[in-house]
Design a protein. Sequence first.
Length: 299
Amino acid sequence: MIKIESATKYFSDVCSLDAVTMRIPDGSIFGLIGSNGSGKSTLLRAMSGIFALDKGYVLYDGFNIWENTEQKAKLVYLSDEPFFLPHSSIGEMRDLYRSLYPTFSDTKFEQLLKVLGLPEHRKINTFSKGMQKQTSVLLGLSVCPKYLFCDETFDGLDPVMRHLVKRILMDDIAERGTTVVIASHNLRELEDVCDHIALLHKGTLLFQRELDDMKLNIQKIQAVFTDECAEEKLRTLPLLNLERRGSMYTIVARGTRDELENELQKMHPQFCECIPLTLEEIFISEMEENGYDFHDILA
């Protein structure tokens, strides 16, 4: 488990992280959401042992990451701006990674190189942004890390390559049980892959929750009523949002699917259907209930 306790980081008089505390379970796919400047990259760099915290600490199974070479050898940080040696090729970067990481797998490297179709001997500085992101993923996964941190890894990839890179990541996680933290400002990127989500805003952790718990306890239901008193009755439910278009009501409420459907059936709807909530809709509901405007936070 990764234990982050009261992580605080200043740059001059700017507080980039303000007493952030969270737990990241082993084998989880943890989504870190927030707008630009929210502290996502700073947190990932502190978790990687790149930045020293002014207060607090980051522990891996009880061991502090700062200046801990043994623990750092177990993790890979894929930066939003990948770094490569000047004028290096993929093959030359492979040699560097192989010398730094004892778990580096040449077999994994060759497999991914073939899947991604990248030229091994061409200079990386001639690659497009998308190809450089692919190269970063290739090298990172070839390390076979226990922990993988992705900072806007899908940014700059075309839709087809984005889907391929996601599939490669998911296959690797399923194969080895890697703990993955993915930082993004785009909830749609995280919706299909993450099992935990946290929201940072201006360096502060606003929200952390297991995704399945969120989905189980918030429901979106569409129902048709001819009863003129239907809206009044619906407002007795633990509502988060209620919209009406003619006789059609869209209800977002807390509770399990069975609980809410049982209550609605007592109101004798002509039609009633539970429809999946998007991660964005769940977050909007959670944030509004806690007094935040979700769209302003991610603006």
